[in-house]
Design a protein around this ligand. Structure first.
Ligand SMILES: Cc1cc2nc3c(=O)[nH]c(=O)nc-3n(C[C@H](O)[C@H](O)[C@H](O)COP(=O)(O)OP(=O)(O)OC[C@H]3O[C@@H](n4cnc5c(N)ncnc54)[C@H](O)[C@@H]3O)c2cc1C
Length: 290
């Protein structure tokens, strides 16, 4: 399918990219890996007058690991994350989720910033940034700002980003090595978008009870969701079979998915409970493959 016509710019400075977006007053779009935008153009779901390519901006490709956490530039690709052995230690939940993103070819171009900006409700990374309380640092004509992931997603393919705003990097809080976590996803084929997925993490007190539990799900609503009801089940409890059964039931009860061409609402409700159950069982082994 042919794309609609557009002008193309490939600025060598971030300020130039912002100025181009601002000058086009909502009629320009950024292109990062193009793995979501190009299909949108092909299907005429978007027809911007100008594409502003971010590929000549090396400052958007940084991967920084420090005691304060992890900073991933918006142009960091899925393959960059999977190839960096340090990240499996610095943020094992993040890398486990990226293992499920798309297929080989797409992972060579698709970027973390593009995924978060695109805000597909079934995409892994919006769910991970939400569950991990990451922050999204941006720049626009109005200046830089830092947006909490909890405030970022408004609905399917909708975020708080302004038309002239560019994600610069995504900041994840430090991940203690002893933290328990699990990630489970169900998709029709490996690499397809999730029918449902769950990310869980918690710390443990001296008695082995969970505290600071975080549970996030994707594919079962119009945006990624934290499930506070499930977190309440986990906090101050041992993650034993009884707690996991309670958490599974709470997860199914907490979501309100729609029936669509892929699955009924009831199926997805049951599935998300199973994903939470499996993620918690995985967490008992300290994460890793279940
Ligand atoms: C067949 C197929 C299967 C896929 N499967 C999955 C999957 O299982 N899971 C998954 O998560 N994704 C999947 N994807 C999507 C893929 O991961 C995309 O790469 C990703 O969602 C978007 O990243 P991108 O760099 O390609 O962004 P682009 O397509 O270039 O851009 C996407 C949107 O983000 C905006 N944007 C890009 N960068 C920025 C920035 N720095 N600041 C502000 N806005 C920006 C663009 O203007 C555009 O609106 C799949 C894609 C395909 C084609």
């Amino acid at each position: 399918m042919k794309l609609p016509p557009f002008e193309y710019a490939c600025p060598a400075a971030l300020s130039e990219a912002v100025a181009l977006l601002a000058a086009h007053n909502g009629e320009a779009k950024l292109i990062a890996g193009g793995q979501s935008l190009v299909p949108m153009l092909a299907f005429r779901l978007a027809a911007p007058a100008l594409l502003v390519d971010l590929r000549k901006l090396p400052e958007l490709r940084k991967i920084e690991i420090s005691g304060n956490g992890l900073v991933l530039g918006s142009m960091v690709r899925w393959c960059d994350i999977l190839a960096d052995a340090r990240l499996r230690v610095a943020h094992p939940l993040l890398t486990a989720a990226v293992d499920h993103v798309a297929h080989y070819q797409i992972r060579n171009r698709g970027t973390i910033g593009g995924s978060v900006a695109h805000a597909d409700p079934a995409a892994e990374m919006p769910g991970i940034v939400l569950t991990c309380e990451a922050e999204i640092a941006t720049v626009a004509t109005a200046g830089p700002r830092v947006i909490r992931a909890a405030d970022f997603f408004l609905g399917p393919l909708m975020t708080v980003l302004e038309p002239d705003e560019i994600i610069v990097d995504i900041r994840f809080p430090a991940w203690p090595p002893q933290r328990r976590w699990g990630f489970q996803e169900f998709a029709r084929r490996r690499g397809d978008f999730a029918m449902a997925a769950a990310a869980v993490w918690y710390d443990q007190d001296a008695g082995g009870k969970a505290r600071n539990a975080h549970v996030g799900v994707i594919g079962v609503g119009d945006r990624p969701q934290r499930l506070q009801q499930v977190e309440a089940v986990l906090n101050a409890s041992a993650i034993d079979d009884a707690t996991i059964a309670q958490a599974e039931a709470a997860a199914s009860a907490a979501v309100d998915p729609q029936t669509d061409i892929h699955a009924s609402a009831d199926y997805r409700r049951a599935l998300v409970g199973t994903m939470v159950e499996r993620a918690l069982k995985m967490s008992r082994n300290g994460g890793g493959k279940s």
